[in-house]
Design a binder for this molecule. Structure first.
Ligand code: ZN
Length: 206
């Protein structure tokens, strides 16, 4: 793969090596999927488990085949098949895998695709639509959304001078029939969402 194609596809990690024929097409569930094959390997600086500096003692220990969803190109899903180097550390007797900034640990969607999901989540559309457009499962979209929710830390040390409150119908699974929304009227931004709008819940929360 030449540099321009790498840049176009954002596969810029120099630890990725591509074979001469790196692109194959496969029909999966009646959808034509573009599969890009590559190998991820390098010499690690240290063992991530015990921290020992690699002075040549960390051994290459075979490969494992990882598969990452990589979004879509011209309305066709892209999948990366990454032959990932495994290493063995003789100091702590553990093994570990080569890593790349393009992928996250224990995730089957690439960082790029995750960013795309986040962008899509900023628009008004259903999770089902996003999953359909990006050729991923609804559960994958929900996982990204839940990760974002975990990162969102409420500042509970203040109350805005103007607090606009209302009730709204959120989800069928919500406790109570309606949920509670509070908006910072000065900043025009969301202040709080609570699952239950009933007074007993609000007193408990505030
Ligand atoms: Zn080690």
């Amino acid at each position: 793969m030449d540099n321009d194609t790498r840049t176009l596809l954002n596969l810029t990690d120099l630890h990725l090596n591509f074979p001469h024929h790196w692109l194959k097409y496969k029909v999966i569930k009646n959808v034509r999927v573009a599969q890009i094959s590559c190998t991820l390997s390098y010499t690690p600086r240290a063992c991530p488990n015990c921290g020992v500096i690699n002075r040549g003692q960390i051994l290459k220990y075979g490969f494992y085949q990882a598969k990452y969803k990589y979004g879509q190109f011209r309305a066709q899903p892209l999948v990366l098949l990454v032959k990932t180097q495994r290493f063995q550390c003789p100091d702590c007797h553990t093994t570990f895998n080569a890593t790349s900034y393009l992928f996250e640990k224990q995730r089957t969607i690439s960082r790029d695709l995750r960013r795309e999901v986040i962008l899509q989540l900023t628009r008004i559309q259903t999770i089902k639509d996003i999953a359909h457009d990006l050729f991923i499962s609804e559960a994958s979209v929900q996982r990204v959304l839940l990760d974002l929710a975990d990162q969102y830390k409420l500042n509970l040390n203040y109350l805005p001078e103007t607090l606009c409150i209302d009730e709204f119908k959120s989800m069928r699974s919500a406790k109570g029939k309606m949920s509670f929304i509070a908006v910072d009227g000065d900043q025009s931004c969301l202040f709080e969402l609570l699952e239950d709008r009933r007074l007993c819940s609000l007193f408990k929360h505030y």
